[in-house]
Design a protein around this ligand. Structure first.
Ligand code: MD6
Ligand code: FE
Length: 216
């Protein structure tokens, strides 16, 4: 794990923890190598949303379950919507880091069964939402950032609550658990040209985000 700012933990609402620069560039590259293999096996898709035409970003998954969306709604499925194949496994380094940090955050043991891979281009964003398709909200969500910086908004328990801006950098790990698990959040914008590394898995000017969760 990254040494330089490894102990720097920002003050956030109860249950939310931001571990800055937790992954070294070497670790980030190794994880992105694994993400590239995941994308080859489970091609990214643009989910069809029940309410509108398309989400802005494309996504894929790894782990026993993957999050998908079509006209029938949002849900977790064990297979890819077009290939019909099971999702590739969650990279071991990602799982190990998520388990170490949920423990460090005081959120106990962690046994995720799903990992969403969000792929953003330079103009990508993600509207304010809550992750609400999981069975038990006592399990935290652990989020890994790669590539360009993202202006991430952390809100409250209702959509209109004021939000706090957190700029997520490549190598940062964000944990959303406890009473903060139900907070609204989103990505306002990606900052092109800010990535400390280039990699085949990263779209030009883009960002990749992995979020681990326990879906069932
Ligand atoms: C992103 N993250 O960082 C999107 N969800 O691109 C999320 O939607 C998210 O970072 C739940 C918990 C942590 C997150
Ligand atoms: Fe989310």
């Amino acid at each position: 794990m990254g040494a330089l700012f490894a102990d720097l933990k920002e003050t956030l609402p109860d249950g939310a923890s931001l571990f800055r620069n937790r992954l070294t560039l070497v670790e980030q590259r190794e994880i992105l190598d694994a993400v590239e293999r995941i994308m080859a096996e489970a091609p990214p898709f643009r989910p069809q949303m029940p309410t509108g035409p398309y989400m802005i970003n494309s996504l894929t998954n790894c782990g026993p379950l993957g999050w998908i969306s079509d006209r029938r709604g949002y849900r977790y499925e064990p297979t890819h919507p077009t290939t019909g194949k099971t999702w590739p496994p969650i990279p071991a380094a990602v799982l190990a880091c998520a388990r170490a940090l949920t423990k460090e955050a005081g959120l106990g043991d962690y046994d995720p069964d799903a990992c969403l891979v969000n792929i953003y281009e330079a103009t990508g964003k993600l509207s304010l939402h809550r992750d609400f398709d999981e069975a038990d909200f006592r399990w935290p969500i652990v989020s890994f950032s790669f590539g360009n910086d993202a202006d991430f908004l952390l809100g409250g328990l209702t959509r209109g609550d004021r939000t706090t801006l957190l700029t997520l950098h490549s190598g940062d790990v964000f944990v959303l658990g406890g009473p903060s698990r139900a907070r609204y959040h989103g990505v306002r914008r990606i900052r092109p040209g800010t990535s400390p590394l280039t990699h085949n898995a990263l779209p030009l000017g883009g960002r990749i985000n992995l979020t681990l969760r326990r879906a069932r």
